[in-house]
Design a protein around this ligand. Sequence first.
Ligand code: HEC
Ligand code: HEC
Ligand code: HEC
Ligand code: HEC
Length: 185
Amino acid sequence: MFIAALLYFLKNALEPKAEIIHLTGSGKCGECHQLRNIGDQQVVWKRSRHSEAYQTLLSAKSVDFAIKSNIEEPAKNRLCLKCHTTEFHLEGTPKAIDYDIREGIGCESCHGAGSEYSPAWIMKNEDLFKSNGGIKGDENSCKPCHSAKGNKDQKLTEEICPFQTEDFDYKTEFQKIIHPLNKQQ
Ligand code: HEC
Ligand code: HEC
Ligand code: HEC
Ligand code: HEC
C-alpha cells in the first residue's frame, strides 16, 4: 500500500509539466524586462503595434469590415482573435487569473507561455529556458500571423489578415521591434 502510494507520488513528480505551463501575461515579464541593466524589452513592446492588437479589433475599421462581410464582431471572432491576441494564438494554454486579453500580442506569443521559465536562474541558462517551454524566437515566430505575400484583394482567411496589404520581410520588420539583451550588465 505504502509502496503503491510512493510510486504514485513519484510518477506525478516526474511527469512532464506540460499541462501546468500557463500564460503569465506580459506585465510579469516586464517586472524584470523593463530594467535598463538587462535592456528595455518591455518598453519596445509597449510602443509597438503588437500591444495594441486587441484594441484594433474594437476600431471602426474592424467593426465596419465585419458588418460588410457579415461575420461575427471582431473582438469575439476567433479568426481575428487568433492573430490579434496571445490567448487565442496559443489557444488551449491555461492562463494566470490576472492575464488580460487587452495586452494583445504579448511576449508569450513569440517566446512561449512563461510560468515555468520565468525565474531568472532558469532564464540565464539557454538549455533550461528551452526545456521549460521558452522559445528564443526567429522568422518562424512571425509566419503564423504575417503572410510573406501581402493581401491585395483584402480577403480574410486563416492565413492572412484583410488589412495586411504589404509583403512581409522578416529582416526589415524585425528591426522595427528589435529588443536585445544588454550584454554589459
Ligand atoms: C525574475 C525576472 C525575470 C522574469 C519575470 C522574466 N525574465 Fe526573461 N530574463 C531574465 C534575465 C535576468 C535574463 C537574462 C539572462 C542572461 O543575461 O543571459 C532573461 C532572458 C530572457 C530571454 C533570452 C533567453 C536566452 O536564452 O537568450 C528571453 C527570450 C526572455 N527572458 C523572455 C522572457 C519572457 C517572455 C518573460 C515573461 C513570460 C520573462 N522573460 C520573464 C529575467 C526575467
Ligand atoms: C492570419 C492572421 C490575421 C488574421 C486572421 C487577422 N489579422 Fe488583422 N492583422 C494581422 C497582421 C499581421 C496585421 C499587421 C499587418 C501589417 O501592418 O502589415 C494586422 C492588421 C490589422 C489591422 C490594421 C491596423 C491598422 O490600423 O492599420 C486591422 C484593422 C485588423 N488587422 C483587423 C482584423 C480583423 C477585424 C480581423 C478578423 C476579421 C483580422 N484582423 C484578422 C493579422 C491577422
Ligand atoms: C512578435 C514576436 C515577439 C514579441 C511580441 C516579443 N519578442 Fe522577444 N524576441 C523575438 C525575437 C524574434 C527575438 C530574436 C531572437 C534572436 O534573434 O536571437 C527576440 C529576442 C528577445 C530577447 C533577447 C535575447 C537575446 O539574446 O538578446 C529578450 C530578452 C526578449 N526577446 C524578451 C521579450 C520580452 C520580455 C517581450 C515582451 C515585453 C518580448 N520579448 C516580446 C520575438 C518577440
Ligand atoms: C500572434 C500574431 C502575430 C505574431 C506571432 C507576430 N505578429 Fe507582428 N503584428 C500582428 C498584428 C495583429 C499586427 C497589427 C497590430 C495592430 O496594428 O493593431 C502586427 C504588427 C506588426 C508590426 C507593425 C507594423 C507597422 O508597420 O506598424 C511589425 C513591425 C511586426 N508586427 C513585426 C513582427 C515580427 C518581426 C514578428 C515575428 C518575430 C511578428 N510581428 C509576429 C500579429 C503578429
